[in-house]
Write a protein that binds this ligand. Structure first.
Ligand SMILES: O=C(O)CCC(=O)C(=O)O
Length: 268
């Protein structure tokens, strides 16, 4: 599967311009390369304009869903749609939407873990539905959003459901770049799956984002990554055989003893 990752410099507090930017970028990718699946970063509609979300958030995905669905269908491409600030009846959530090549919405997820250091709990509601895997072109994929990366339980749960690829959609700050890098390697190694991340670049209200969106293989090896702090596109093709090979070479899923430390049954 060929992935095209948008390490996007999100325009703060301007959903219309960000949609325009994404539409142009998708068109450019499709015209130049064979792309199966597009991956976008976190909160690309508003950026981290948290104190303006009341005014700027989407409503029940009414702007985001048709926008991404039409792009997916028009260009016959899967879209892992990053996330957007999204108002529902219980408040504003950080919601991700996934579309297949026919433009069908096949999965949605609300970021579960809210970031205290950014005051997210003041402005956002945490998701209250379990993260599940979904399939695109027959590949089992899971996704998490930014701060979720710090909680190994959620990626382990996706791996136990059979995820071969876990996408990390983020606006991770440059000030904690080491954590961004090491945690992704750890999640790949411990779950023996590909990690594909889309981080943002640029700044918001004085916070610089880390960039360095990356692809890590199931053995923890870096396949490719973007530059720090600069908008870019990362194109990569992943070989899914690597997942089975790695799980066969070091069979951690059959070595687990979950009754001694918790955790679910394994489909991996
Ligand atoms: O955990 C971190 O250090 C950063 C998390 C974050 O920026 C986010 O979830 O948006």
């Amino acid at each position: 599967m060929n992935f095209s990752i948008y390490q996007m410099d999100v325009i703060v507090a301007n959903p219309d311009q960000n949609r325009h930017k994404i539409a142009n970028w998708v068109k450019k990718q499709i015209n130049h390369k064979q792309v199966d699946t597009i991956v976008l970063p976190e909160m690309w509609n508003t950026g981290y304009a948290l104190d303006q979300l009341e005014e700027l958030a989407d409503d029940e995905g009414r702007q985001t869903i048709p926008f991404l669905s039409e792009l997916a269908e028009k260009y016959n491409v899967n879209i892992i749609g990053g996330s957007v600030a999204n108002r529902k009846k219980d408040g504003i959530f950080n919601s991700s939407f996934v579309f297949n090549r026919c433009g069908e919405l096949i999965y949605q997820y609300d970021k579960i873990h809210l970031v205290p250091m950014l005051d997210e709990p003041k402005y956002l509601q945490g998701g209250n539905v379990k993260a599940e895997i979904f399939q695109l072109d027959g590949i089992k994929i899971g996704l998490i959003i930014c701060y979720d990366l710090r909680f190994p339980e959620i990626t382990r749960s996706l791996a136990l459901q059979g995820a071969e690829v876990i996408c990390v959609l983020a606006q991770w700050p440059a000030s904690r770049k080491e954590h961004w890098i090491y945690l992704q390697h750890a999640r790949a190694i411990e779950n023996q799956c590909f990690i594909i991340s889309a981080n943002s670049s640029g700044t918001c209200n004085g916070t610089a984002f880390a960039g360095e969106s990356m692809v890590i293989d199931p053995s923890g090896k870096l396949v490719t990554k973007g530059p720090a702090e600069q908008e870019t596109t990362i194109n990569t093709m992943i070989n899914l055989n690597k997942v089975a090979e790695t799980r066969q070479a070091i069979p951690i899923f059959s070595s687990r003893v979950p009754h001694l430390y918790g955790g679910g049954n394994s489909d991996a």
